[in-house]
Design a protein around this ligand. Structure first.
Ligand code: CUA
Length: 335
């Protein structure tokens, strides 16, 4: 089953590679993002039209400029009447435009914040500088905890509850939804749908410290059956390592400072300071979408996280050269 899921996910990634990790408000991939893109184009169109009209009138005035009158203070009733009509008309047109754009913006807002019964509810907590992701389920043994990657079913409403533990962050997946702040002590909520399978990149959009720019995330939209399979795999504890190298890696992991911060469900590592690593190897990126997932990048990260993401909470842990390969094999094998 795991192989089938991987194969299906790989084929989706292959067929959507043109828009792989799309991150653009102008490339909407769901109804909410479509509302926002439509609003953007209407505003851009109307503002462009107004700007061009003003420029044309200004140009006409410059070209048709008349010679100075002998007595500038003397009024010509006909010209005055025409001027009053033109200025009055322009004021009315401006008012109508502003009112129409405000109404349009208000209607879009209503549609953006309309709620349906969600198929999935996810709690996302922003931390310096990564995203803790927890799926709300009815039974505690089905709990799915992950980090920096959010899997959602295509075409179904997904509710995301947003919280923060340290400073204000902002959740922004431009192809799916607008920005929403994560504020310590307050829970915000958004709901979105992804219309097509694909990978959509998101980014923290509120300056939150040194590594704010390296606080990315991926939203992976899968057809519902694949999503259910993913949930099932993710809710399982980590499979105990079988081969000797990974067994040694697990021992190294559990003897180092790693377990002071990370959870690997099914083992003695149960701390919640850093990202849950139970299925770490199944993710597409490391360190909040900073590096693509690969053995080389895992090695680089565990040896020198401070070199890759200076200021990050993960300290440089001393790892002997002969310990690196087993440790990387253990982490990469957490599928
Ligand atoms: Cu979190 Cu910027």
């Amino acid at each position: 089953m795991r192989f089938r899921l991987t194969l299906a996910a790989a084929s989706i990634l292959f067929f959507t590679r043109d828009c792989l990790a799309s991150q653009s408000t102008l490339d909407p991939q769901g109804p909410q993002a479509e509302h926002l893109a439509r609003l953007f184009w209407i505003f851009t169109g109307v503002c462009t039209f107004v700007w061009v009209a003003v420029m044309i009138v200004l140009l006409a005035a410059l070209i048709r400029r008349k010679a100075e009158r002998p007595d500038p203070l003397q009024l010509e009733p006909a010209t005055e009447r025409r001027s009053a009509a033109v200025v009055g008309g322009a004021v009315v047109a401006t008012l109508l435009t502003v009112v129409a754009l405000t109404a349009l913006s208000y209607l879009s807002q209503r549609q953006l914040f309309a709620r349906e019964k969600p198929a999935v509810t996810i709690k996302v907590t922003g931390l310096q500088w990564w995203w803790d992701v927890r799926y709300e389920t009815d039974s505690p043994d089905q709990t799915v905890t992950t980090a920096n990657e959010i899997y959602v079913p295509v075409g179904e409403p997904v509710t995301v509850k947003l919280a923060a533990n340290d400073v204000i962050h902002s959740f922004w997946v431009p192809s799916l939804f607008g920005k929403q702040d994560l504020i310590p002590g307050q829970e915000n909520e958004i709901q979105f749908k992804a219309s097509r399978p694909g990978v959509y990149r998101g980014q923290c959009a509120e300056f939150c410290g040194w590594q704010h720019a390296h606080m990315g995330l991926l939203v992976v939209a899968l057809p519902s059956p694949l999503f259910q399979q993913w949930m099932k795999l993710q809710s399982a504890p980590a499979a105990p390592p079988q081969d000797p190298i990974r067994k040694k890696g697990a021992e190294i992991f559990e003897s180092k400072a790693c377990i002071m911060c990370h959870t690997v469900r099914g083992t003695s590592a149960g701390s919640r300071v850093g990202p849950d690593l139970t299925h770490f190897g199944s993710r597409q990126s490391i360190a909040s979408a900073t590096l693509p997932m690969s053995r080389g990048n895992i090695a680089a990260w565990v040896v020198d996280p401070q070199g890759i993401k200076p200021g990050v909470n993960m300290p440089n842990v001393s790892i002997a050269p002969e310990e690196l390969d087993p440790l990387v094999s253990y982490l990469a094998g957490l599928q």
